[in-house]
Design a protein around this ligand. Sequence first.
Ligand code: URP
Ligand code: ZN
Ligand code: ZN
Length: 486
Amino acid sequence: MSTPAILVRGGTVVNADREFSADVLCVGGKVAAVGATAAEQAPAGTFTLDAGGRYVMPGGIDPHTHMQLPFMGTVAADDFFSGTAAGLSGGTTSIIDFVIPDPKQPLLDAFRTWRGWAERSAADYGFHVAVTWWSEGVHADMGRLVKEEGVNSFKHFMAYKNAIMCDDETLVNSFRRALELGAMPTVHAENGELVYLLQQEVVKMGITGPEGHPLSRPPMVEGEAANRAIAIADVLGVPIYIVHVSCIESAEAIARARARGQRVYGEVLAGHLVIDDSVYRHPDFATAAAYVMSPPFRPRAQGHQEMLWRGLQSGQLHTTATDHCVFCAPQKAAGRASFTQIPNGCGGIEDRMAVLWDAGVNTGRLTPSEFVAVTSANCAKIFNIYPRKGCIVEGADADLVLWDAQATRTISVKAQKSKGDFNIFEGRQVRGVATHTLSRGALVYADGDLRATAGHGQYVKRPAFGPSFAAVARRAAELAPSAVQR
Ligand code: URP
Ligand code: ZN
Ligand code: ZN
C-alpha cells in the first residue's frame, strides 16, 4: 500500500545550516517540495498536517544501538521492532546498529543473521560490523560487506577481554583494510587489559557491588585507548570515529588530533552528558546495576560532562547516540555477587532528542541548527548517507519530526515504549517534545499515538569513500613531499 502524500504546513524548518519558515510536501516517501510552492504542488488527496509554528526537523539518527544483542550471557531486551518503535516515539527515525560476530564466525554469516532480525524494524537501519580477530577470511568478508552489502564502517572493541576485545595486530590490519575499502573504522576506546586487571583488584579489595564498576574503568583507561587508536589511524592515514566518548581524557585526545589536521570524529551519549557516577553508589542493587554500562558515567566534579558539552558546541565532537542496549533487572541480577558479571548496557533511544534539546538548546549551549547537526546531519555526513538522511531538502527521505519547543513532559519508565524496566533519565522534566514523527513519509507517531509497524523500516545501504576519505587523501598528498625531504 502506498503512503498518502502529506503536507506539513506552517512550520519552521530547521536544517544544520539554517532555519526558515516553510511548508514541506512529502510524496512517495520522499520530500517532494520545501517552501512557498509546496502546497500548490500537493496532489489530490494530500493529508495536511498543521505544524502550527512548531519546528520541523530531520528525524534523528542514532548511530549506536544494540537491539537484541547477545552479550555477557544474555540477550538485550529490546528487539528491532520494540527498540525502533520506541525511537520513533521520540523523533528518531534511523539507527545504525552493530553486527557482532561470535568468535571466529565469518563476518558475512553474522551480517545475514542481523539482517534477518532487523526485518522487523519499524525504522530505517544500517550496520557497523565488528572485527574482533584477524584472518584472510575477515579481510575478504570486509571487502564483500563494503562492495556488495552497503556497509561502510567497522567496529573495534578495545575492551571486553576474553570476549570481543581485539588486539593491536587486529586493529592495524583492520584499519588498513578499511582505508583500502573507503570504510570508517570505529572504536570502543577502553584499554581492556587495564580493565581486566583493575576488576580483579577491586574485587580483591572486597568491593563487589556496582560501585566497583567505575573504579575498574577510570577515565585514563579510556584516554589511553583513544590515544592509541588515534595514533594508529594517523600512521595509516585513515579517518577514525570514536564511539561513546565519556571523559576529558578521550575528548582531549580527539581535539589534539584534530588540531594536527587529523580526521577524527567523536560520538557522545545522551546519558554521559547529564548523568554522573553517583548513580553507582545507590544503596539499592537493582537501581545501581541498571546504570552499569561502559564506559561508566563520570564524576561531575572532574568536569567530564561540561567537557562533552563544549566538544559538541565547538565542533570537536560530532554526533550524539544512546548505545541503546537494554537489560532488565533479572538480567542485571547475574552480577549480584560481582559487578564484573552485570550485563553492560542502558536504554535511552526514545529520550535522546528530548534530553539533548532540553539540556542543550534550552540552556543556550546549542542552537536549533546545532541540535540538528549533532542529532542527525553530522552522522549522515560521516557515514555517507547525507542528504538522503539528516536534511530536509527536495529528494531526501521524508523522515521528519515535528517539535513543540514549549511542551513539557516528565520522563518515566511508566510511559516508555521500550521493553526496558528502567529509565536512566527517570524523573527528568524536559521542555521540548516530539509531537509527530514521519518515517519515509508515513505518519508513525502522532501526539502520543504510536503507529509503528514491524517491517516498515528499510535497510539503508551506505556507499564507501565518504567525504572524509577525500580529505585524508588530500592530506596524505600534502604531507608526502615533506616526508621525502625528512
Ligand atoms: O555498556 C555498553 N556500552 N554495552 C554495549 C556494548 C558496548 O560497549 O557498546
Ligand atoms: Zn562500547
Ligand atoms: Zn555499544
